[in-house]
Every structure is written in C-alpha cells, then in structure tokens.
Design a binder for this molecule. Sequence first.
Ligand code: ARG
Length: 576
Amino acid sequence: MPYLNEKEKLGQYLAEKLALEAGHIVSLLEIPSDPRMGDLALPCFKLAGQLRKSPAAIAESIAAACRQEDFPEIEKIEAVKGYVNIQFQFSYRASLLFQAILEQGERFGSSTNGEGKTIVLDYSSPNIAKPFSVGHLRSTVIGHAVANLLAYQGYRCVRVNHLGDWGTQFGKLIVAFHLWGGEVDLDGESPIKALLELYVRFHKVAEEDPSLEDQAREWFRRLENGDSEAVEIWARFKSLSLKEFERMYHRLGVHFDSYDGEAFYNDKMTAVIDRLQASGLLVESRGARIVDLEPYGLTPLLIQRSDDASLYATRDLAAAYYRWETFHFHKNLYFVATQQNEHFRQIFKTLELLGEPWAGDCEHVAFGLISFAEGTMSTRKGKVIFLEDVLDQAVERVDRIIAEKNPDLKNRSEIAEQVGVGAIRFYDLSRRRIKDWAFDWDRILNFDGETGPYVMYSYARLRSILRKGRDKGLAPSPAIEDIDFAALDNPEARDLIRVLEGFESHLQRAADQHEPSILAQTLVDIADQSNRFYNAHHVLVEEPEIASTRLLLVACVATLLKIGLNLLGLSAPEEM
Ligand code: ARG
C-alpha cells in the first residue's frame, strides 16, 4: 500500500496533537482489518497509562483536534471505541499508487528485505530413470514460483535440483538391463519410457524369482564402491534421463543453479556417519545402523543397511551439511509432497540432535497430492501418467478453444502452448499448496473461472485497449498532475484501486509464507475488478483527459498482472 509510506507524516501530525513523541505514534498506526473503518487507525489503548485517560477519551480528543486545513489529504477522521480511524482522500491514495507504479514499472512491489541473505530451494528433484510424475510437477512449479517471489524480495536464491540418481533402484535397473536391455529402445524419443519398461519387468519377474533382488543389491553395492561397469551403465541412464527432463524444464521455463543430486553425496556420507558416531547417536539395530528417534515420537532413521548400503536419508543429511557449509543459508527449503513429512521431521530432528544451530532454518515446504480420475499411480506397476502427455493435451484443448474464439489470431500455436501450459501451472498454484486437488480439465481451462487462461485473457484485453488507444492518438496520462480524478470517481474504479493497493503486501506474504496461491488469488481479484471496471465505464471516450486517466489505470493494472504472471512462471500474452 503505497500510502503506508506516508505513515511518518501522519504520525507526526497526530503526535503534535498529543504532545507525544512521533516515533511511538508511527509504530502504533495500523491498517484496519475492515477497510470501511478507514485506511489507517491509531489504537489508543497503549497510550492510556501515560496520558491518564481512557482510550475512548484520547481517541475523541485527537479526532476533535485535527483540522482539515492542516492535513488536506485526510478525508475523514473519526473516534470509534478507542481507535482513531483515518480515511484519506481517494485522489491522494490513487496518486501515490500511480506514482509508485510509474516510477518502479515492472519492478513494482520488489524490495530489498532479503538483501545479503541466501535461501537454498530444493525443488523438482525427480528420480532418474523414472517418469517425471505429477508430484514432481507440483514441486517444480511451486518451487520455481517461490524462488521468483523470494528473489523479488532481494534474497539470493540457490535453486537446487536434488536428483534422485542414487539408490537400490539402480541395482535393479542394471540387472534388468543385463537381462533385457537389447529388447528396449534406449536411444529413441523417450528413453525414460524404455527404462520404465525395464523397471516394471524387473518387479514382475522378481515376484517369482526373489534372487533378482539379491542381484540388484549386489549391483548397487558395486556402484557405491565405484565398480567401473556399474558406474558406466548408471552414467548412461542418468544422461539419457536428464536429456528428457531438460526438455520438460525448457518447456516450463524452469532453470536450476545446481543439479547436484543424491549421487553427488556418495563421497560425503562417511563424514556424516562419523559425526553421528562421535555424538553417540548411531546405534546398531539388527545389523543395520540407525538413529533412535522414539523419544521424539518419530520412527528410527535408517542410516546404513546391514550390507553397508547408504540410504535416501543418509544422503539428505550429507546434503544439508554441504548446503550449510557452502552457502551459510538463511533458509534451506525442501519442496516435497506431504508423503515425506516423516522423513523431513526425522532429518531435521537428527540435525538438531547433532547440535547444529541451523537445523531450525531447514524447512519442509509440503504440498498435497493431485488425483486423477484414473486412480492412484504406481511406478512399479508401470501405472503412471506422463506429464508430457498432460501438457500436450492442455495445449491441444486450448488450441481448439482459441480456434473458436479468435480464429484469426496470429502465432496461434505459440499462444496455445503458453496458455495451455500456463493453465495447468496456474491451477496448481492457485489453491493452498497443502490441499489435495483432483484433476479436472473443465475447471483448469475455464476462460471465465479462477484460472490462468482467465487472468491471461484479462491481461491481453487490457493490452488491446492500450493499442487501440494508441491508434486513436490516446495515451495513458504521463504524470500525476495530468490525472483527472473525477474520471475514476466511481465504485468500480475505487474497488479496482483498492485491490491494486494490496498487491505489494500480498507479494510479500506469498514470499514469506512460501505460498504462491496468495499471489494467484490476488491476480484473479485484480482481473475480476478490472473486468468490472471496463464493463461499466468506457475507456476510449471522446474527452482526452478522461481517456488518458482511465488508460493510465488500465496500464497500471496490466503492469501488475504481468509482474504477477511472470513471478508465477507464466507468460503474459499480448493477444489471445
Ligand atoms: N527424489 C525425491 C522423490 O522423488 C525427492 C527429493 C526431494 N529432495 C530431497 N532433498 N529429499 O521423492
């Protein structure tokens, strides 16, 4: 709320009336939860002792002492139940907002709050040789948006793709590769589908012949010990999978600073085991080594199996140390589904027991599941939904909708790609991340619902008004002095300006709570209000002052929608 920057001035004025220190009054000023009460309020309860008067009496004396001529920006000042409620002139609030947007442009709402602090974000992190699942899509999309939001607040963000490229499944794959490698096409379009075939076949055959499992363990042991044949096959699986993942990341416009996954920690686990040993946390249990977490209501954390093989958790402990030592993070975030709640509780508790003061800065940013009408997925059984197919379908459906709505659109396929992929992404981001949701095409693609296509379409429409204005020789007012506030004095414009004022604080809350849905909902609100505004009022009217003022509002709305869409990872199409 740009008018918040004027708190000082107002605080000073009110402090004079009470003959109190200004700083104290400024710190007490707050935004009323109900905007009808005013734009700012001064609760007088904390002043009662000092002034030896009741809060209600203090509030009344302040309200009575203020004069319009001293502070013309105030429209109304009122004492209500111990509060002084202050309402600013609409033109004052609006001009502060416009000024801030004109000055900051596409950086509006950014800040330096996070300057000098590093946040590590572990997201996407799919498993090599397995299909990129919808769960990994959520992690990718949410993690990417939160990284953008935090970077916008000035944090240095380190985006880490903690690839699942180590573990017993590689032993299984190597066994399957030896047995049936000749029968699958690893060098074709989709090597991951070929690897999945091997994986599924392994499990099917292993059901009848459990000796396969022993062979798999043996191959993983060889891999961990650096056996050249095992390493060579593993490296091939990894590079084939990465090629396919990168195709997806490119499509989603997602990038990483590091692809250091589980394998990267292979030589860093001994140090962790030594630390656990030294602090007496490592105990033997049926031949394996564990950390007992029962006193904390958690299941034991398995560190080393009886055959000495390491585990997912061992690698996560090593990764946490590595991140601390490398980045001295302010926060270390993990974007992983709620299914792994217990895992992260165990990891963070163990770090705390190891006495690491930064354990408390590690956080599991959990999210719920997406369900499909087709039922639950199982990689082992080969029952998976390929993300790429889902994206292709979204694009195809959007393409059909556009063909109907706007058959003459140039570069239709490019826009269908942006809107189709954007639709899935926005839908995913628009509900609180912890919630599960069911995949439903009609909802995701509804151009009139709370969707990506709706926000994108609203943006494109605003841009088209601006272009039409330009063709008529009309441009947004270039400066605050040129604004004709009467042209905005209607309920629709007032409501619209209210939601625009909230944009900055919503951005901050979204970043602080790692909750992109706060921003997504704000964008829907802005789109709703702006549609209401221009359905009720013509923008490109005859009177140039009115037109340029309304065009300025349109330009500001478009700027904020674009900032918001881009932070969420969506593009903002000029036409659609
Ligand atoms: N590869 C894991 C999975 O697909 C997710 C890894 C998340 N990151 C981590 N540091 N554990 O379940």
